[in-house]
Design a protein around this ligand. Structure first.
Ligand SMILES: [Zn+2]
Length: 491
């Protein structure tokens, strides 16, 4: 069993953690930010490169318009104010996978500022501020394994240099590792809805660094922070933060001092390790990029980009609760992805009773998916299939029991509902009154004791009889009709 680590109660009462997150998101443009090289993931090493992204002397960057549109869209979705003028800057540092010796980023004049994300919190919702969203280019990749002399040498793949990124920096307003997890989940969901990134953590399209410090409760002044870098899942970030908070509390309580440093998280051990002392902004000698003009996003362009802003997940959930009479939990499941929510809505709109569609997803589909370890996007029964089945139940053509059996068959055969319904010869529940009356007579005759109890006043026995008739009909009878006929017969 996986145990979920928690911060100890002792640390929690005496100390208060302060967390800020920096998230890098790769934008889904076909070409890089300053040249026309492909951004395709997984190409053979060093094939998607040119003089610009290799940093050859004299090669000049040309800004990709789509990158600006995507970044602006994402910033709008994160409730940011878009700066009409932003400035590209050189961030100077040496690293083998950074051929120019500097990274083009934005510094004191970023693309967007003053946004927020709302997360569920105790007793309602909490706004976590977003300090800034800025544009930058990615660096290359150092490879330490996967080739014959990997034990002696490091290889460099520069396909990733110049791939467009946005960096989303939160205010240090995140109070717990759980809140950090929620923030990241919401952020990812919002970005996915805008369609500007696939946020694939395995391919590095979404990367997160966490800054964390602790201070005695009640103290205003912030403690010294450490930065946890390159953690590759939200669950691990939560775990790394828990470990790091406990570690810092222990150091302080035993009279030690926290060193400002970058730490790495080892998910196998559940521990963070010091990697290097943390750079300060002035270490990078930022200065304005002389090869690029200031970036102008004027009101007209902004308005055009705003038109492409889709309905965002939280707003959509609230509307779906209202439109379909579903619970917030249902809405949460059904907005798992934009594609799924779209499918659900078109199916529900086409169905006779949208609420029944939602109920079937919740009551009949999710459990079967879970049992087969399938996510809803790989369900054999499509949303259209759920809608079709909902209509059949709604019209009384099939019973709930028949629907369950048909769903089981769909999962066995890996086919959609309508196909299986046809394969089964379009079954209908029995509404043949004379046949049902015969079945009822047989059930009453076979259960004289229960009948006696009923006549003696135990009217709840009717449920037993309905059940017996349904069983005899192999679930094909319409339970409502059985109920009516039985009531009539029993007087
Ligand atoms: Zn290039």
């Amino acid at each position: 069993m996986i145990s979920t680590p928690e911060i100890s109660a002792a640390s929690q009462t005496r100390f208060e953690p302060v967390i800020g997150l920096e998230v890098h998101v790769q934008l889904l443009t076909a070409t890089k930010i300053f040249c026309s090289c492909s951004t395709l993931f997984g190409a053979p090493p060093n094939t998607n490169v040119c003089p610009v992204c290799l940093g050859m002397p004299g090669a000049l960057p040309v800004l990709n318009k789509k990158v600006v549109e995507f970044a602006t869209l994402a910033a709008m979705a994160l409730n940011c104010r878009i700066n009409e003028t932003s400035i590209f800057a050189r961030k100077n540092y040496f690293y083998p996978d950074l051929p120019k010796g500097y990274q083009i980023s934005q510094y004191d004049k970023p693309l967007a500022e003053h946004g927020f994300i709302e997360v569920p919190a105790e007793g309602g919702r909490k706004k976590i501020g977003i300090t800034r969203v800025h544009l930058e280019e990615d660096a290359g990749k150092s490879l330490h394994e996967g080739f014959s002399d990997a034990d002696e040498k490091t290889a460099i793949d520069l396909n990733r240099t110049g791939v467009p990124l946005i960096e989303i920096v939160s205010e240090p307003e995140i109070a717990t590792p759980d809140e950090a997890y929620e923030y990241l989940t919401r952020l990812r969901e919002i970005i996915l809805y805008t369609g500007v990134s696939d946020c694939n953590m395995e391919e590095g399209s979404l990367r997160c660094d966490a800054n964390v410090s602790v201070r005695p409760r009640g103290q205003k002044e912030l403690g010294t922070k450490t930065e946890i870098k390159n953690v590759n899942s939200f669950r691990f970030i939560r775990e790394a933060l828990i470990y790091e908070i406990e570690r810092q509390v222990e150091v302080i309580e035993s009279g030690g001092k926290i060193t400002q440093e970058t730490r790495l998280y080892n998910s196998h051990e559940g521990k963070t390790y010091g990697m290097r002392s943390k750079e300060q902004a002035h270490d990078y000698r930022y200065f304005p990029e002389p090869d690029l003009l200031p970036l102008l996003v004027d009101a007209e362009w902004k308005a055009e980009i705003a038109k492409t802003l889709p309905e965002l997940p939280e707003a959509r959930r609230q509307r779906m609760v209202k439109d379909y009479g579903i619970t917030e939990y249902d809405a949460q499941v059904l907005t798992f992805s934009k594609a799924l929510a779209d499918q659900f809505e078109s199916a529900a709109k086409a169905a006779k009773n949208p609420k029944r569609v939602a109920n079937l997803v919740q009551g009949e589909l999710m459990g079967r998916l879970k049992a087969k370890s399938l996510d809803i996007e790989h369900s054999p029964i499509s949303m259209a299939g759920v809608a079709a089945s909902a209509d059949l139940v709604e019209s009384g053509t099939i019973s709930g029991k028949m629907l369950k059996d048909l769903y089981d068959l769909c999962f066995e055969r890996g086919r959609d509902f309508s196909t299986v319904y046809d394969e089964e010869g379009r079954p209908q529940q029995s509404t043949d009154t004379s046949a049902l009356e015969k079945a009822i007579d047989a059930v009453l005759a076979a259960n004289p004791k229960q009948l006696e109890q009923y006549r003696a006043g135990k009217t709840t026995m009717i449920g037993f009889f309905v059940g017996q008739v349904m069983k005899a009909s192999k679930g094909q009878a319409n339970p409502q009709l059985v109920n009516e006929l039985l009531s009539k017969k029993l007087g």
